[in-house]
Design a binder for this molecule. Structure first.
Ligand SMILES: Cc1cc2nc3c(=O)[nH]c(=O)nc-3n(C[C@H](O)[C@H](O)[C@H](O)COP(=O)(O)OP(=O)(O)OC[C@H]3O[C@@H](n4cnc5c(N)ncnc54)[C@H](O)[C@@H]3O)c2cc1C
Length: 379
């Protein structure tokens, strides 16, 4: 396993680090407090090519590998996980799904605008009664010859209010169960498509999460992704890669919390010395550093597997499972190291602790990752 970075990867990493420090950090507490979507920051990330990182340049993308994408996700997430989830959904779920399974017409019409950040995308699988059990789709897409009629509700959709294009998973033929599910491209503003209220969340409060309501929405047949009945497979394949992005987000949150705790421990004095000189604190830092490095190796391995054309279902699941656990544990310890200051907003670690939790829930909960991993061990 060789994870040494190329000169290009190092430059991309540095660009993301500079951007996070200079552009994301100044307003991050305020955006979290007000649940404000980082509109200007997303525009700047688009200019840096962060919204279509792995997309072929002929569709307006940056044509980079998954490892470069992971490096960017890690750096952005050290500072602002609300911004990094926008990057993650647009790159690994929406652009990747369209580029790999869309028709040439769909790519020309939607992918270029998504990869350049002219619009952003949303991926709509979850429903009030279909989260982990994604096969229980209640949203229907009834075949009417040259179009589908879409009815139902989607829950918890990231970029729900701000996206221009939505990839919507829905049941066409109930008899065929998961083989009767389709993925449709739905444009914002299509008659009958309503955006529900914004969710008031524990963490990633700057990201824009909504329910979506479809009432007799007409979607042309040419907006179906893949063959009839491909929708569930499309969702699973797309999420498999998406998990690498969320694993990198978790890694970044952990690394961000650790860096803040390390700095603070060398500045704060108690009992006549810096708190880092107390072994209880030094050992916490040692544990954090070790587990973050282990998480990083798993995340980079999953990215390399994807870049090498190897199967990444299990390595991605392991990376997400472990990195999200490390994010949660590290952020809690970073708050502890900050003492009372860790409990107030100005020191950032309480926000990182709140943000860390979502990495154990979305794009497959930790329990679902364990199902993926254990099935592969036991088969
Ligand atoms: C902020 C946020 C953003 C999101 N963004 C999106 C998005 O953009 N698009 C989208 O489609 N979805 C999105 N989601 C939804 C997210 O993917 C789901 O919440 C997640 O998959 C879990 O589904 P659920 O909430 O229905 O929980 P449930 O499926 O009801 O699970 C509840 C609990 O039971 C456990 N559980 C369920 N089944 C099993 C089992 N077989 N074995 C063991 N344990 C089990 C789960 O692990 C969990 O602990 C988002 C959610 C949030 C909170």
């Amino acid at each position: 396993m060789d994870f040494s970075l190329t000169e290009e990867q190092k430059l991309i990493q540095q660009a993301a680090r500079d951007f996070a420090q200079n552009e994301l950090l100044p307003g991050v507490i305020d955006r979290d407090e007000k649940q404000e979507f980082p509109k200007q920051e997303v525009q700047k990330m688009a200019e840096l090519g962060f919204l279509g990182m792995m997309v072929d340049p002929k569709y307006g993308g940056s044509g980079l590998d998954t490892l470069s994408y992971v490096l960017v996700m890690e750096e952005l997430s050290k500072v602002d996980a609300s911004s990094s989830v926008i990057v993650s959904v647009n790159n690994s779920l929406v652009c990747w799904g369209l580029e790999n399974f869309g028709t040439e017409e769909q790519k020309e019409k939607y992918l270029t605008r998504l990869a350049t950040g002219e619009i952003i995308g949303a991926f709509c699988l979850s429903e009030p009664e279909a989260g982990s059990d994604a096969t229980s789709q209640k949203t229907t897409a009834i075949d009417k010859g040259d179009h589908y009629v879409l009815n139902g509700t989607k829950n918890w959709i990231t970029n729900g209010g701000t996206a221009g294009v939505y990839l919507v998973i829905a049941q066409t033929d109930k008899e065929k169960k998961h083989r009767g599910i389709n993925a449709l491209i739905v444009e914002k503003g299509t008659p009958g498509f309503e955006i529900g209220p914004k969710e008031n969340k524990l963490g990633i409060r700057g990201s824009d999460t909504h329910s979506l309501i479809f009432n007799d929405v007409k979607v042309p047949k040419e907006n179906r992704i893949g063959d009839d009945g491909f929708g569930f497979k499309f969702a699973m394949k797309t999420l498999s890669g998406g998990r690498i992005g969320i694993a990198a987000q978790a890694l970044g949150i952990a690394a961000g919390a650790y860096e803040l705790a390390l700095k603070y421990s060398k500045e704060r004095k108690a009992f006549g010395t810096e708190i880092s000189n107390h072994q209880a604190i030094a050992f916490k830092l040692a544990d954090m550093h070790t587990s973050i490095q282990a998480a990083r190796l798993l995340v980079y391995q999953a990215a390399k597997d994807k870049d090498n054309g190897s199967n990444y279902d299990v390595s991605g699941a392991m990376a997400k499972l472990y990195a999200s656990k490390v994010a949660m544990e590290t952020a809690i310890e970073a708050v502890q190291i900050h003492g009372g200051n860790g409990f107030v907003k100005d020191y950032h670690v309480e926000r990182l602790m709140r943000d860390a939790k979502i990495t154990q829930i979305y794009e497959g909960t930790s329990e679902i990752q364990k199902i993926v991993i254990s099935r592969s061990i036991l088969k």
